[in-house]
Design a binder for this molecule. Sequence first.
Ligand code: HEM
Length: 558
Amino acid sequence: MSFSSALPVLIWAVSFGGLVLVVWALSEWALGVWKDDIETRRRAALFSLPRALRLLKSRLKAVAFVFQGPAIIQAAYQQSNGAPFSVKTPSNTIVLISDWHRIKEINAAPEGTLSLLAAAKDILQPKHTMSGFDWNDTRGSDGAPLQMTLRSRLVGYLPILLPEIRRDLAAFIDKRTGSLPRNKLGEMQGPIFPIILEAVARSNARAFFGPELSQNQEFLIVSIKTIEQTLIMAEILRMVPGFLSPYLGQFLSNHLNANKIMNATLTELVAQRFLDRDLRKRGQNIPEYNDCIQWIMDHCPKHKPWGVTRIVHELIAVWFGSVHIASTTACAAVFDLCDHPDLVDILRQEIEHTGWLEFDKSGGQILPLMDSFMKESARLNPIESVSTRRKVLRPFHFSDGTTVQPGDYICSAPGGMNRDPAVWCEPDEFYPFRFVSPQAYKHANTYMKDAPRASAMPLSGDRYKIPEAGKATLYTDISDWQQWGTGKGSCTGRWYASAALKVIIGLLVMKYDIALVDPAAERYFSWRTFKYPYASTHVTIRPNDKFSQKGPSDSDSP
Ligand code: HEM
């Protein structure tokens, strides 16, 4: 069951929740009317009905947030004139800010006051959805092994990992597209999001758990299901009173059991790694592994080692966060390429000119045109309409006196910030090379001019200009946008994510011309703060003539 196919169940659950709220609000009013003497009842009827209706309206608005979160946030942002604003959700209030000064204040707050992990815990309900994982609201230095693994070891290993991932994904994409039905013209036609989702899952599985599991189709299917089922279970659990959660959680996880299977498979693997380590210490010739499991084990403090369960839980949590957001972000970028097919030719030229070998050597951090395009795509179309999400654990006061109460969330509003005309020139326009440095742009122009294909020389076109000087930044930069969150809580996987997305988009670009079957069709639906691509959006896929006639060359081969 995919998230979009589970939508009717969730809509039913939320509608049922809405109905409960209506009944509750009316009963509040009726009780107020009947509990006193006649005169008091008459007055109560007059005064409490509007109050009950107001309450009801505000509750219904909160329920509407589940289906229209991004639009509600955007509308409130537009009325806020840059000041903090709030939106109601069924369970709490989100206070949103959209200026860098307040973002710095959030970053400076202690974790015991504003907590990223507590917000994630609310959203994912890991105790019930992730085999009993009950992480602390404050991580402190205890999180260092994971931070070191993602920030340092994984990034350092990218030059070796990327060619391996690319070879695997090239074969995988061929196989998946090859099995799509053909239209009357003989072109392949089918949904693109599931292919991207599986590609991201394979890549992440290789990086996190090693080559064996990343090739294990059964494991991959169950691990993708884990994400969908976690979302569904967490949604349902958030709608019931806390005392019911353990029973309902137990019931749900018995029926939606992908997490249990993923957990069991990983537990076996990690336990084996511990045995291997012991054998290695005793002098046996067992090779070191190169994946996140191994690196976490290497970085665990001797005085407080992580056991098998902790490593498995932490990796499943990162799996959940990373596969989900990376695949939806990549899909949005592919939709943008469908809207701008001439851009595909430019990106091909860049990959051919640079060569995958150089790309690998740089750990996936080059291809400046592609980098800028991905950033512009995500700027205009952020998949998450909030960032820097923190749960308030103790009353928090901004320096201007704005106070946020425990239980509520503080977040930034990237959707509005990314289109602020005070910051961005022509903020609503798509300029794919907005973030390219003048040097890289000049260089690209030289080789584009030499390119044999006329269609590969449009950098001079208006669409491909740099609209404003001085805005050159990388996709992974956190200084000018909120894509990766803030400061000490910011995404530790962003260098890997940037490289892996370039590989996936690069392979699609080199191999195919992709077009939306119905460019006017709705592409996304929203759920709370998130936008999801419809899994059913169909594309037409034609092999890129040049690539297939010439065959892979040194520079463009996977
Ligand atoms: C396009 C893909 C991705 C996007 C847009 C993204 C975005 C984010 C955001 C917004 C946060 C929260 C930061 C904050 O609130 O300040 C975050 C946290 C995090 N991300 Fe990513 N992420 C992506 C991919 C990944 C990948 C592939 C990994 C792992 C390899 C990863 C690992 C993490 C971790 C571990 C955290 C928590 C950091 C902490 O607890 O300190 N992310 N990410």
